[in-house]
Design a protein around this ligand. Structure first.
Ligand code: PNS
Length: 165
């Protein structure tokens, strides 16, 4: 890449507690739009996560190991500050059902209000993943159900180990 051409960097933020197949699908598709895609994992002490920060990051790293332009980092505080710090200009989010829209619109508008130069783009979730969420994965795994097809194959065992030791 020439020195004059600015690197296009995107940030895909979330809690990823844990990463689902739907998340990974968005990462794969979004990684094609950017020179670098950073998966930003929120370290939020007030939000109860089942998986620790380190576990969530390590599970995502396992899933994206084949994607050369994808990095995984944790962030704290405001998302727009993390985006700016990384030299990124775009936030990536996935949309499943209409019910996601209101919250996502509010978040995108708030982030734009706080940082004029940062835009949010949305990927429509693949129809096969439209019912998926991290909460559903945890519920199924905790109750001994089959999570194949719900989380990437690479992390199935790790998720069971955590939720059904
Ligand atoms: O996977 P999630 O929990 O839906 O992701 C939500 C996330 C992490 C994108 C959002 O909570 C966030 O950006 N938090 C950081 C704090 C912040 O910037 N708040 C203002 C925008 S909501």
């Amino acid at each position: 890449m020439s020195a004059e051409k600015k690197m296009r960097i995107g940030v895909y933020p979330g809690s990823f507690d844990p990463m689902t197949k739907g998340h990974l699908d968005i990462v794969v598709r979004a990684s094609k739009l950017f020179d670098k895609l950073i998966v930003g994992v929120l370290k939020n002490d007030s939000k109860q996560s089942i998986f620790t920060m380190e576990e969530r990051v390590s599970l995502i790293k396992k899933c994206v190991s084949e994607l050369d332009n994808v990095e995984v980092e944790m962030f704290q505080g405001l998302l727009v500050d993390f985006v700016k710090e990384k030299g990124a200009g775009t936030i990536v989010r996935g949309l499943r059902a209409v019910s996601d829209y209101e919250y996502e619109l509010q978040m995108a508008m708030l982030n734009k209000h706080m940082e004029e130069n940062v835009d949010t783009i949305f990927f429509m979730t693949d129809i096969h993943n439209s019912f998926l969420s991290s909460s559903i994965v945890k519920d199924v795994a905790q109750n001994g159900g089959n999570i194949k097809g719900l989380v990437p194959d690479e992390i199935i065992e790790d998720v069971y180990k955590k939720l059904r030791p």
